[in-house]
Design a protein around this ligand. Structure first.
Ligand SMILES: C[S@@+](CC[C@H](N)C(=O)[O-])C[C@H]1O[C@@H](n2cnc3c(N)ncnc32)[C@H](O)[C@@H]1O
Length: 308
C-alpha cells in the first residue's frame, strides 16, 4: 500500500511501524511472522500505517530517532535530528579541547551536545532553546543518556538567557536553588537575586571553548514549499530562518565572540546554498579561519569560524 503511494522505503516503514504497534523487536517480528495478531494489535497497525500515508515520518510516529549512534526522543516541538548534522558533531569533537565548555544554540532534542559529550567524557555544555517543550525532550534525552549533570538547559532566544539568567542549571522546586555543572550553585529563575547570590564563577568565567548551532535556516517563503513530511510535521520554529533564512546567523556572528574563549570556534550548520553568505557574516564580524565544510553528498553544510 505504502509502495503504491510512492513511499520509497515502504517495506522498511511497514516493518518498523508493525513492530512498534505490536511491541515486537525486529527479531521477534521475523520469527513470529506467522502468528496471528489480536484485533487490537491489527487496529494499531492500521492506525500507524494511516498516519504514515498522511505524510508523517516513521520517526515521528515512533517518537524517536537515531543520531550519532544514540536514540533521541522526539515531541511535537522538536525537529527530527538529521544525518547531515552528524558532520557538525564530528567537527565539534575535533574543535573542543579536553574538559571543554560547549554552548549549543537551538538545541531541539539536545542531540548535538549529548552526542558530543558522549564522546568527550570531561566536557560540559549549556544548551539553549526558545521552546520549553523542546527543552523538555532535551532534558529527558540527557537523563536517558546519563548526562543530566553535565548539561545546563536554558530557555530563551539565542544568547539572551545567558545574559538575563547567567546562572543556568536546573531549579530545585523546593529550595529554589539552581545546580548547574558549569555555573555553580545560585538562586533560580523567578527568585530574587542579589550580588550575594552570585557564585564565585561569574560571567567572566562563562566563556565557551566552542559554540555550535543548527539554527532554523530556511527562508520563510520556502518553508511553505517543503515536502508535507517536513512542512506539516516539523515545528515551524525549527525551520523558519526569517525572510532570507539568515536571521539567526546574523545574531550568532554578532554575539558569539562575547561568549567565546580566545581561539574558541563557532560551528554552524547551513543550507547547501548559504556557504558564501554565512561566511561573509563571520568575516564581517571579524572572525578568523572562516571555512566551509561539505557533507558526504559534497554539499556545503557547516561554516566554521575562529574567534581571535
Ligand atoms: C533546526 S532546529 C535544530 C535542532 C537540533 N539542534 C538539531 O540539530 O536537530 C532549530 C532549533 O532552534 C530553536 N530555535 C528557534 N528560534 C530560536 C531562538 N530565537 N532562540 C533559541 N532557539 C531557537 C528551535 O526551537 C529548534 O529547536
Amino acid at each position: 500500500m505504502l509502495g503504491r503511494l510512492g513511499f520509497s522505503s515502504a517495506a522498511l516503514d511497514a516493518k518498523l511501524l508493525t513492530g512498534h504497534a505490536l511491541r515486537l523487536s525486529t527479531l521477534e517480528l521475523a520469527t513470529r511472522e506467522n502468528e496471528p495478531a489480536d484485533s487490537a494489535g491489527v487496529a494499531r497497525v492500521a492506525d500507524l500505517l494511516q498516519r504514515r500515508m498522511s505524510g508523517e515520518s516513521v520517526a515521528r510516529i515512533i517518537g524517536a530517532r537515531a543520531f550519532y549512534g544514540l536514540d533521541f526522543l522526539l515531541n511535537e516541538a522538536t525537529l527530527e535530528p538529521r544525518p547531515e548534522t552528524e558532520l557538525l558533531v564530528d567537527l565539534a569533537l575535533g574543535a573542543l579541547p579536553a574538559a571543554g565548555r560547549l554552548l549549543d544554540l537551538g538545541t531541539g532534542t539536545g542531540c548535538i551536545p549529548i552526542a558530543v559529550l558522549a564522546n568527550q567524557p570531561d566536557a560540559v555544555a549549556v544548551a539553549v532553546d526558545l521552546s520549553g517543550r523542546a527543552l523538555e525532550a532535551a532534558r529527558d534525552n540527557a537523563a536517558r543518556h546519563g548526562m543530566a549533570g553535565r548539561i545546563d538547559f536554558l530557555k530563551g532566544s539565542w544568547f539572551e538567557p545567558l545574559t538575563t539568567s547567567p546562572f543556568g542549571g536546573e531549579v530545585d522546586p523546593t529550595s529554589g536553588r539552581v545546580r548547574g555543572p558549569l555555573l555553580g550553585d545560585v538562586r533560580g529563575e523567578g527568585i530574587t537575586r542579589s550580588s550575594a547570590d552570585l557564585s564565585p564563577r561569574g560571567r567572566g568565567e562563562q566563556k565557551f571553548d566552542l559554540i555550535v548551532s543548527n539554527p532554523p535556516y530556511i527562508s520563510s517563503a520556502v518553508v511553505e514549499t517543503l515536502a508535507p513530511e517536513v512542512k506539516d510535521f516539523d515545528p515551524r520554529l525549527a525551520l523558519d530562518g526569517g525572510p532570507d533564512g539568515l536571521a539567526p546567523y546574523r545574531i550568532i556572528a554578532k554575539e558569539a565572540s562575547d561568549w567565546l574563549a580566545p581561539e574558541g570556534w563557532v560551528l554552524v550548520e547551513i543550507g547547501f546554498d548559504q556557504g558564501a553568505a554565512v561566511s561573509a557574516l563571520f568575516l564581517e564580524a571579524g572572525y578568523d579561519d572562516v571555512t566551509i565544510h561539505t557533507d558526504l553528498n559534497g554539499l556545503d553544510r557547516v561554516v566554521a569560524a575562529r574567534h581571535i
